[in-house]
Design a protein around this ligand. Structure first.
Ligand SMILES: Nc1ncnc2c1ncn2[C@@H]1O[C@H](COP(=O)(O)OP(=O)(O)OP(=O)(O)O)[C@@H](O)[C@H]1O
Ligand SMILES: [Mg+2]
Length: 592
């Protein structure tokens, strides 16, 4: 994306406020015109005065009245335009900055987990804050000065040709010098500035990654190492930034020098033209004023290109995220089926994270409404991935997933996910109160509903023990709770949602055997009438299932009841022996 198209896109994001933006742009144009008129009128007045002096004709205020009136008119005219710009440019910039921040935030939340597993949250946050901040700065400077400056250059400069083309050529030459200089520096530093921004993003990522893992850093005595790693990135940022700063300093000095030379040239050429009767004294004064004004404008424009260019990589990052498509999205024909019954079918489903290795391949199975299905298999065998496909964390590359006969891609995402309650393998909690964490799936739940969900999840007692009860803040990712407590809050959260389909991904792995047994009993009631998928390694959990599906390297190798599979003495029996340390005959006996 070129700098210009990037800038156009930034202006385009003014979106809904485009009419206000247009009014502000017109006000800027008016201000530029008024500013241009001033030296013209001043020059004309001087010509009248010097003409009167030379010709000996006495001059009255009456003769100057039209010029003076026009001058006063332009001055008065620029007041409302100035007020308009002063009052509304800032408001517009602030409003749009926050609107764009919200737009980005919502978009990022829609992006698939495959995106989030690749891009660090610290980087995303930095891109959001700096991108929106950078844009706000550009809008503000556009309406405060750049719009008027550009108008002055593009429209009014050619007009000066009509006043005295010989002097105007000098001004145009000055603009050309500025243009060449800026362009040269831009080309020199563009790649460097991109490097700077890449390092800046790494800085944000590294810092946020470290802050998210303070316990590890302290326990592994890595404080110095982490601080040094950050300092190394800072050195890289500075090393890349310095040459850019040097180039822009050179450009600034060059621009200032050529401006002074132009003023001198206008004066010399003007005097020569005057001596040869080709320019009046008024025109010399007029062009000196023009040049001064123009130089101020040009310096603004150079400053603007400088800041636009410094922001460009940030803006590019921002738009790259904004352009990332949610791979999983509602099809235009998606329907909302209301509450589903929970008949689930996987039909030859294959999925790959990286497009090379299949994480799940050719998986087919069915689950009747109300059935409890356990997924077992070695670590990394594709259990979590299979259940992720059920609530459309990602879509299969082959095959389809059906619920109640609907291909889930034909359902709206919101309706699909409303029908499925998930307890993730990592019980991710918000740094909010326990109650807010519970309510995420059902904001309007009553106090009784919450109590019932906590009771089912065996969490009532420990919540009551917390200093603030339900209002206790659980810390970032729930760190203020124990692992087992976090898991039980996550279970209560899924149950409170009251969906027809439940997914428990190692939901009870952090619980002691006694608590797990109690929870198991409670969950049997809670999951009655719901299609339930459990991933678990413990025998007790698996035995409670109606059916067991055994995964190996992404494929289903066995599918049947506990007793069937033990009797078959195949993969599950092996797993059972290895994992539960019981012989096949012993577990078969235990199962009966
Ligand atoms: N976000 C991801 N990006 C890339 N590969 C992934 C991702 N998540 C999982 N995988 C890979 O896909 C394969 C299946 O992973 P999955 O999480 O489904 O295993 P699992 O059976 O749930 O294992 P566990 O019992 O350890 O939870 C693994 O090889 C894993 O490395
Ligand atoms: Mg898993």
């Amino acid at each position: 994306m070129s700098i210009l198209s990037l800038y156009m896109r930034v202006l385009g994001l003014l979106g809904r406020e485009k009419y206000l933006a247009l009014v502000l742009a017109l006000a800027n144009l008016a201000l530029a015109t008024a500013q241009f008129a001033e030296p013209v009128l001043f020059g004309r007045i001087i010509d009248r005065l010097s003409g009167a002096q030379g010709g000996g004709q006495p001059l009255t205020y009456g003769d100057l009245a039209p010029l003076l009136a026009a001058w006063a008119g332009f001055a008065l005219f620029s007041i409302p335009a100035g007020v308009l710009v002063a009052l509304y440019a800032d408001r517009l910039a602030h409003r749009r900055r926050l609107a764009v921040t919200a737009l980005y935030f919502e978009h990022v939340l829609h992006l698939p987990l495959s995106f989030h597993s690749q891009v660090h949250s610290g980087r995303l946050l930095k891109i959001m804050l700096e991108g929106a901040g950078g844009m706000s700065g550009l809008w503000l400077s556009f309406f405060r000065e750049n719009c008027a400056s550009l108008a002055a250059l593009v429209i009014l400069l050619p007009l000066s040709l009509a006043l005295n083309w010989r002097l105007a050529v000098l001004l145009i030459a000055l603009v050309a010098v500025f243009g060449v200089l800026t362009n040269f520096v831009l080309r020199r530093t563009e790649a460097l500035q991109q490097t700077v921004e890449r390092y800046n993003s790494s800085l944000a990522e590294q810092a946020s990654d470290a802050l998210g893992n303070v316990p590890v850093i302290q326990s592994f005595t890595r404080i110095d190492l982490e601080a040094n790693a950050l300092r190394r990135i800072i050195d890289l940022v500075l090393a890349a930034q310095m040459p850019v700063l040097t180039w822009w300093a050179i450009a600034g000095v060059g621009a200032r020098a050529s401006a002074t030379l132009t003023l001198l040239a206008i004066f010399l050429l003007g005097t020569w033209l005057n001596l040869h009767g080709l320019a009046t004294v008024g025109e010399i004064v007029m062009f000196m004023n023009f040049a001064t004004m123009l130089i101020a404008r040009l310096e603004q424009v150079v400053g603007f290109f400088n800041s636009l260019f410094m922001q460009a990589p940030k803006l590019k990052d921002f738009f790259d995220v904004l352009d990332a498509e949610p791979q999983v999205a509602d099809s235009p024909f998606a329907v909302d089926p209301g509450r589903l019954q929970g008949r689930v079918a996987f039909d030859h489903v294959t999925f790959s994270y990286d497009g090379r290795r299949h994480a799940v391949s050719d998986v087919s199975f069915e689950a009747a409404p109300g059935e409890t299905v356990a997924l077992v298999g070695a670590t990394g065998s594709g259990k979590s991935t299979t259940l992720g496909l059920l609530h459309r964390v990602f879509d299969p590359i082959h095959g389809r997933v059906l619920i109640d006969g609907f291909d889930i891609r034909d359902l709206t995402l919101a309706s699909l996910r409303r029908n499925i309650g998930v307890v993730f393998q990592e019980p991710m909690l918000f740094a909010r109160s326990i109650e807010e964490n519970l309510r995420v799936g059902r904001p309007d739940a009553s106090a009784d509903d919450i109590r019932a969900a906590l009771e089912l999840a065996q969490a009532e007692a420990f919540v009551a023990r917390q200093s603030d009860g339900l209002a206790t803040i659980v810390g970032e990712r729930g760190r203020a709770l124990s692992g087992g407590e976090r898991q039980r809050i996550a279970i209560a959260r899924a149950l409170l949602k009251n969906p027809p389909i439940l997914i428990f991904d190692e939901a009870t792995s952090a619980l002691d055997a006694a608590t797990e047994r109690e929870l198991q009993a409670a969950l049997e009631t809670a999951t009655r009438g719901r299609t339930t998928f459990v991933i678990a390694h413990r025998l007790a959990t698996i035995r409670a299932a109606d059916r067991i599906i055994v995964f190996d390297h992404g494929e289903i190798v066995e599918n049947g009841t506990f007793n069937d599979l033990i009797a078959k003495n195949g993969r599950f029996a092996d797993l059972a022996r290895a994992q539960f340390m019981v012989g096949p005959s012993a577990s078969a006996k235990e199962a009966t």
